[in-house]
Design a protein around this ligand. Structure first.
Ligand SMILES: [Zn+2]
Ligand SMILES: [Zn+2]
Length: 381
């Protein structure tokens, strides 16, 4: 596969279609974004998100993947078939850039490396998460989760399944337990060493402590006004507000303590909002996210997301007129369905999201922990 100067061909398919001007589907689920960039829709099994957009970037050293998809045979088949439709053998992949450690992005990295010998690069803060998860006993995770939820005020009937699993030894397998350990570091602010391409890493903590966006600082292939294109991972999506919870660290974080994650400063939502500003300032012409679809209105989308979180913080502050535990706050927050219908695991995620918002309110001086409360309750101030 070679990149054509026109930027919209080079798929090796001589079907004569005019691909300049619009994105063209090279095969089902495979889009040619022009300028040596393609996306492949890789399914995520049993997940409402549907798919991960794995991006393929042509470089003078060989094809490079941005994210890889969920570790599942059907996902692997879709990825390799998509590559084949672009005349790329998975064995020829030169390197893998991972936006963040979540399994829908990093899951297939190990299999790509096994097939090709490609390097795998990730930000150090997320590589730390991968290393911790790989080395953790599932029981350690259960203990951490139980303690964290108890400290957040979760009732006994919610904690019971965790206690039962711990006692029976039936411990859940974490998706990240066998994830590939990256062998290269993505260093924020630096140009990545990719022959013939100008791709710069932008650190965007919030969704995870080591999330990165990748800024392709090259003229847009359709000459759209703005400064190149941005592979935005889960940081900036056209119609989804990414989950912002506490950075999980069973090793070092006290469940109710202030220091979660070495690099996060204990305020993931604050990190996320700052990361949104950083990305808006790049002034990119087009965003290529890891879910949904490409879009050309990054500034507007950033403003929407910031307004959404401001509104939510204002609403939570009003709720805290009555002192509430994080669990009680999560129950009163607005979700996409009534609390009673939220599945067990998603409730845990909801509590983490409530805690991230509480951290932000405390940092802003808009809420405080009630001294001596156990489990801790928060009140507006
Ligand atoms: Zn994610
Ligand atoms: Zn994702």
């Amino acid at each position: 596969m070679r990149r054509s100067t026109a930027g919209a061909q080079g798929t090796g398919r001589a079907d004569g279609a005019d691909r300049t001007g619009t994105e063209a589907e090279a095969a089902p689920g495979v889009l040619d974004h022009g300028g040596g960039v393609w996306s492949i829709k890789v399914p995520i099994p049993d997940n409402p998100l549907g798919h991960t957009l794995v991006h393929l970037l042509d470089t003078d050293s060989g094809p490079v993947l941005i994210d890889t998809g969920w570790d599942d045979p059907a996902s692997w088949d879709t990825l390799t078939a998509g590559l084949a439709s672009l005349d790329v053998r998975v064995e020829s992949i030169h390197g893998v850039l991972i936006t963040h450690h979540h399994p829908d992005h990093h899951g297939l990295s190990g299999q790509v490396r096994a097939a090709s010998g490609a390097w795998i690069a990730m930000h150090a803060a997320d590589t730390d998460v991968v290393r911790r998860t790989r080395s953790a006993e599932p029981g350690v995770w259960l203990d951490y989760l139980s303690a964290k939820l108890a400290a957040a005020g979760a009732p006994d009937d919610h904690l019971a399944p965790l206690v039962a699993a711990r006692e029976s030894g039936r411990t859940r397998t974490l998706p990240g337990l066998s994830a590939a350990l990256p062998d290269r570091e993505i260093v924020a602010g630096e140009l990545l060493p990719l022959a013939g391409r100008k791709l710069r890493a932008v650190w965007t903590p919030g969704h995870t402590p080591g999330h990165v966006c990748l800024h392709l600082e090259e003229r847009h292939p359709r000459n759209l006004p703005g400064h190149g294109r941005l592979f935005s991972g889960d940081h900036l999506l056209p119609g989804i507000t990414p989950h912002i919870g506490l950075y999980e660290d069973p090793d070092t974080a006290a469940p109710d303590g202030p220091a979660h994650g070495a690099s996060g400063g204990g305020d993931p939502l604050g990190d996320y909002l700052a990361s949104l500003e950083r990305v808006a300032q790049l002034g990119v012409a087009e965003v290529l996210p890891a879910h949904q679809h490409a879009f050309t209105t990054p500034r507007e989308r950033v403003e929407e997301l910031i307004a959404h979180h401001e509104e939510r913080l204002t609403g939570l502050r009003a709720l805290l007129a009555t002192p509430l535990t994080p669990w009680q706050l999560a129950r009163r927050m607005e979700w996409n369905r009534p609390w009673e219908q939220i599945p067990y695991g998603s409730r845990n995620i909801a509590v983490s999201e409530a805690e991230a918002h509480l951290r932000r309110l405390v940092k802003l001086g808009h809420a405080q922990a009630v001294p001596g409360s156990d489990p801790v309750t928060y009140t507006a101030c």
